[in-house]
Design a protein around this ligand. Structure first.
Ligand code: MG
Length: 203
């Protein structure tokens, strides 16, 4: 399986990091080993001094496909949760300055925390989901998927033009504004539509 991530998919977040609002999706990937399973702790990596959380809605691919048309895209994902795209922001800044890839800043072991998946039913509209991240019980990110620049369907269509999507692949759909640092001892909780689906700790 692979983990596909979208960068700068919320205008307010693009602005907070002084990035332009993109005209097409910004895509990067994380390897399978990046997954931090529910209830597992992330050990603060030694290569960064600025580890940050990015809380994102995550969908799971349930059907193989490539060159997927937007009108059929919703048949290809069937479960949703929230995750955290952990980012070594200082390393990412250095890489960006040099025009180099981001993997060492974003794809390291444990960098993709994933909550418990919820099935997408006929009533679920992935374009109308509220999600929050709490750090040590305080809400630090409060997002809504209606504010995405590129909808989940658009992302599936775009990505599948480059990479075959396979059952079990995950798509991290981008973070809203409010990203910030974590330190060892921090407790992170992710909520989808008011229900807690993610719990992670930094050690
Ligand atoms: Mg992100």
């Amino acid at each position: 399986m692979k983990i596909i991530c979208v960068g700068r998919n919320y205008a307010e977040h693009a602005k907070e990091l002084q990035n332009d609002v993109p005209t097409e999706p910004v895509i990067f990937m994380k390897p399978k080993g990046a997954i931090l399973l529910p209830g597992k702790a992330l050990y603060y990596p030694e290569f960064t001094n600025d580890l940050q959380y990015e809380c994102e809605v995550v969908v799971r691919i349930i059907k193989n496909g490539k060159h997927i048309q937007e009108k059929f895209a919703n048949k290809y994902y069937g479960e949703v949760t929230v995750g955290i795209d952990f980012t070594a922001r200082d390393v990412q800044r250095e890489q960006q300055k040099k025009g180099l890839p981001w993997e060492i800043a974003k794809a390291f072991d444990g960098s993709a925390a994933v909550g418990s998946f919820v099935p997408i039913t006929v009533e679920t509209n992935v374009n109308n989901l509220a999600f929050q991240l709490k750090k040590n019980k305080e809400t630090v990110q409060d997002g809504h998927t209606r504010n995405m620049i590129f909808t989940v369907d658009k992302i599936v269509t775009y990505v599948s033009g480059f990479f075959t999507l396979n059952i079990g692949d995950l798509i991290f759909t981008g973070t809203p504004a409010g990203v910030g640092p974590v330190v060892p001892g921090d407790h992170l909780e992710g909520y989808l539509q008011g229900n807690k689906v993610l719990d992670a700790e930094v050690r």
